[in-house]
Design a protein around this ligand. Structure first.
Ligand SMILES: CCC/C=C/C(=O)SCCNC(=O)CCNC(=O)[C@H](O)C(C)(C)COP(=O)([O-])OP(=O)([O-])OC[C@H]1O[C@@H](n2cnc3c(N)ncnc32)[C@H](O)[C@@H]1OP(=O)([O-])[O-]
Ligand SMILES: NC(=O)C1=CN([C@@H]2O[C@H](COP(=O)(O)OP(=O)(O)OC[C@H]3O[C@@H](n4cnc5c(N)ncnc54)[C@H](OP(=O)(O)O)[C@@H]3O)[C@@H](O)[C@H]2O)C=CC1
Length: 261
């Protein structure tokens, strides 16, 4: 049961990249429950279809498009299709992301660029395709970028991810300034470690590491995808009407964990 009022997002079109798994899935279900027309987009059809069916079974409205956020032509085509087939987008959540663990010295340039391309270039392409349409139509909207606390705290063994998320923070603040006058708000959410399909497979594979991380989280537990939902809802709603260019950490205090004694 959501703490937000029923029907909060009725009449609102919300696009979520990477909406088939993890944090994106939790967001899609939550927006669907609150009446949004949910559009999810990622590469694999299977997880996307499952989420759409779950939303529809609950009485909500949703559809999916397959796309790779790195593919400029496909991004443009899908956003055009969404405008025609669903309606003008109100909220874009740039959630699709990639990561893997590797010492910086051993990482190939291809591996580094891959994560930069998905996280940073992908968020730019999606924002540009949606933002251009908002500017042309003289209508506002809200973009929420999924960053991470590793943008601000150093990102050992994930140099590509930290650099990409730092880029996303800058992208967020630049677009907030460029597009604020047109009524477009652009904010970023910075989760700390979250247990998701993608991260459990690639990052949190060693229970000893999970336990050590958890011990350093002031709120005493690892985040679940649902922990990230509330702040995104807040930013997407009228409650966030005067927030733009804000970078909001959702990490149970993990980034502050440096205990001296
Ligand atoms: C606190 C944490 C904050 C953030 C958390 C999260 O984001 S959790 C989110 C977690 N969720 C996700 O990550 C979900 C999405 N993730 C994915 O789809 C993949 O993990 C992806 C990111 C590798 C992209 O896939 P793709 O098919 O586009 O790429 P590809 O397979 O073609 O490889 C491209 C290049 O990368 C290289 N390389 C790849 N793996 C490794 C490795 N383990 N080791 C070393 N290198 C590796 C590979 O060798 C190649 O380099 P080359 O040959 O060009 O020099
Ligand atoms: N889990 C964590 O600890 C943290 C995660 N984050 C961020 O949260 C976001 C969601 O991650 P999380 O839920 O953990 O991980 P998941 O792997 O579960 O979700 C990532 C989603 O992104 C999609 N995706 C990946 N690459 C592309 C691409 N090139 N084009 C389109 N879609 C793509 C994937 O779908 P598909 O493979 O079908 O394309 C997948 O559904 C990411 O931006 C991540 O960096 C931030 C901080 C911590």
């Amino acid at each position: 049961m959501s703490v937000f009022r029923a029907g909060l997002f009725a009449g609102t079109v919300v696009v979520i990249t990477g909406g088939g798994t993890g944090i994106g899935r939790a967001l899609a279900l939550a927006f669907g429950e609150l009446g949004a027309r949910v559009v999810i987009a990622a590469r694999r059809e299977g997880p996307l279809r499952e989420v759409v069916e779950t939303i529809e079974e609950g009485g909500g409205r949703a559809r999916f498009y397959t796309l790779d956020v790195r593919d400029e032509a496909r991004v443009e085509a899908v956003i055009g299709q969404i405008w025609e087939e669903v309606g003008p987008v109100d909220v874009l959540v740039n959630n699709a992301g990639g990561n893997f663990v590797s010492p910086a010295a051993a990482m190939s340039v291809g591996g580094f660029k891959t994560v930069l391309d998905i996280n940073l270039v992908g968020s730019f392409l999606m924002s540009q395709a949606v933002g251009r349409r908002w500017l042309e139509a003289g209508r506002g909207g809200s973009i929420i970028n999924m960053s991470a606390t590793n943008a601000e705290s150093g990102s050992p063994l994930m140099v590509h991810s930290g650099a990409s998320k730092a880029g996303i923070n800058s992208l967020t603040q630049t677009l907030a300034v460029e597009w604020g006058g047109a009524g477009v708000r652009v904010n970023a959410v910075l989760p700390g470690p979250v247990r998701t399909e993608g991260s459990d497979e690639r990052l949190w594979t060693d229970e000893k590491v999970v336990k050590r991380l958890e011990d350093g989280i002031p709120l005493g537990r690892f985040a679940q995808p649902e922990d990230v939902v509330g702040v995104v809802m807040f930013l997407a709603s009228e409650a966030g009407a005067f927030l733009t260019g804000s970078l909001i950490a959702v990490d149970g205090g993990e980034r502050l964990r440096r205990l001296i004694f």
